[in-house]
Design a binder for this molecule. Structure first.
Ligand code: ARG
Length: 457
């Protein structure tokens, strides 16, 4: 049953109907549409459109419908209703007859869909916060178990200075903590109810919208009806938060793919999250991580798509806005799944601490230490930097690390170098020295783990 038949004498072309209908994707708003309808029915009692008894019958029928939907959500897709709002109303009329036709008094699908979507977003944001926290927890626990695994830290993908695997884990924990705080912040703006704004100009019934908002679990009602039915900032905002977080996850994935490569060999991914090659029997491919990296693209695409859809739209509601859902659902589903996968990947990674340490030793990652040593002995830093560069070239020629060069050899480059240089060139010393807040020294890392655990408890 179409909601708007009276004005029309011809049936819709089937191809147009398919093009126009949104049920095949907005069926996911069923619960929210029912919840919104119950609240609206209560509001209609306050303005004498429904009697208390009628409202109770409607609420009862809506409760039954909710139970049906929860039991079998896919039944919705068997209907040829235009959208989830028509579907709920149609089902209600099937259950209670003409009384069901009173529910839409003073309401429009425009304030209805805006309300449904915000309710859905609020629910989904909480799911996402839980998932973002789970990945942080997995990272922190991985850090705690691998506090002493030394590996090279990179800039330009060149071995730069030694770090620990724990320190690397904690870097991603920070990114996800910011993702979490962005979600928490988004909740504040999501928490305002558009219901009771009608089609665009407000509802003609003297409804207490603040009370209505409260019934729906919103902390207040929106201030302007035109804005309320045409605002999709929350969709943009969540897709933008998803995009940023997916960028974090894609970098996490890329680092791990590299760590897992034959060239690095720092970690080995579990069989549970890798796949084989149909041709090359030796292969174990990091598919889970590659998909996390790859799926980042579609999330950015959904955000850009929706921004372009909303750009230049005149006030108030336009059908263009129906395009908000598919991208948003896909972006948030994808993000949630990638968060879950990230936990799974971390669950049983194996570290090869020997390989990690060798790589840290081989990359001349302690060159900065030698320069700092010269500076401490009074050599200006620029000069020290140059001297160490020459020492490194010579060590590379011999194929040995700095700490294995003889003192005589060192002295060819600078007289100031003495026996006391050797302890400073050890990996452990490189780490220990970086003991200011946020540094890689064990004391700082242990403190960071404690702090993160407390935040995530
Ligand atoms: N299916 C529509 C959407 O998702 C519901 C709102 C329809 N409003 C309208 N005036 N046609 O946006």
């Amino acid at each position: 049953m179409a909601l708007w038949g009276g004005r029309f004498t011809q049936a819709a072309d089937q191809r147009f109907k398919h093009f126009n209908d949104s049920l095949r994707f907005d069926y996911r708003l069923a619960e929210q549409d029912i919840t919104g309808s119950v609240a609206w029915s209560k509001a209609l009692v306050t303005v004498n459109v429904l009697t208390r008894e009628e409202q109770q019958r409607l609420e009862q029928a809506l409760a039954e419908l909710l139970a049906d939907v929860r039991e079998n959500p896919m039944q919705i897709l068997e209907s040829d209703a235009e959208d989830i709002h028509s579907w709920v109303e149609g089902k209600l009329i099937d259950k209670v007859g003409d009384l069901g036709k009173k529910l839409h008094t003073g309401r429009s699908r425009n304030d209805q869909v805006a309300t449904d979507l915000k309710l859905w977003c609020k629910f989904q944001v909480n799911e996402l916060i839980t998932a973002v926290r789970a990945v942080q927890r997995a990272l922190v626990e991985t850090a705690a178990t691998h506090q002493d695994v030394v590996m090279p830290g990179y800039t330009h993908l060149q071995r730069a200075q030694p770090i620990t695997f724990a320190h690397w884990c904690l870097a991603y924990t920070e990114m996800l903590a910011r993702d979490q705080s962005r979600l928490e912040d988004a909740l504040k703006r999501l928490d305002v109810s558009p219901l009771g704004c009608g089609a665009l100009a407000g509802t003609a019934y003297p409804i207490d919208r603040e009370q209505l908002a409260e019934w729906l679990g919103f902390s207040s009602a929106t201030r302007n009806s035109l804005d309320s039915v045409s605002d999709r900032d929350h969709a943009l905002e969540l897709m933008s938060h998803a995009s940023i977080s997916m960028i974090h996850l894609s970098r996490f994935a890329e680092d791990m793919i590299f760590f897992n490569s034959g060239e690095a060999g720092f970690i080995e991914l579990s069989d549970k999250v890798t796949s084989g090659s149909s041709l090359m029997p030796q292969k174990k491919n990091p598919d889970a991580l590659e998909l996390i990296r790859g799926k980042c693209g579609r999330v950015q695409g959904a955000l850009t798509g929706m921004m372009m859809t909303l750009k230049g739209l005149p006030l108030a509601y336009n059908k263009d806005m129906q395009e908000d859902k598919e991208g948003l659902f896909d972006a948030l589903d994808t993000w949630l799944e990638c968060l879950h996968m990230s936990c799974l990947v971390l669950e049983d990674i194996q570290l090869n601490s020997t390989r990690c340490k060798e790589a840290a030793e081989q990359g001349y990652a302690n060159s900065t230490e030698l320069a700092d040593y010269l500076v401490a002995k009074g050599v200006p830093f620029r000069e020290a930097h140059h001297i160490v560069g020459e020492v490194v070239v010579s060590a590379i020629k011999q194929g040995i690390p700095l700490e294995q060069l003889s003192l005589e050899h060192f002295k060819q480059f600078s007289d100031t170098i003495e026996e006391d240089v050797y302890p400073l060139l050890s990996l452990q010393s490189c780490l220990d020295k970086r003991n200011a807040k946020g540094g890689v020294a064990r004391e700082q890392v242990t403190y960071a783990i404690e702090q993160a655990r407390a935040r995530l408890a």
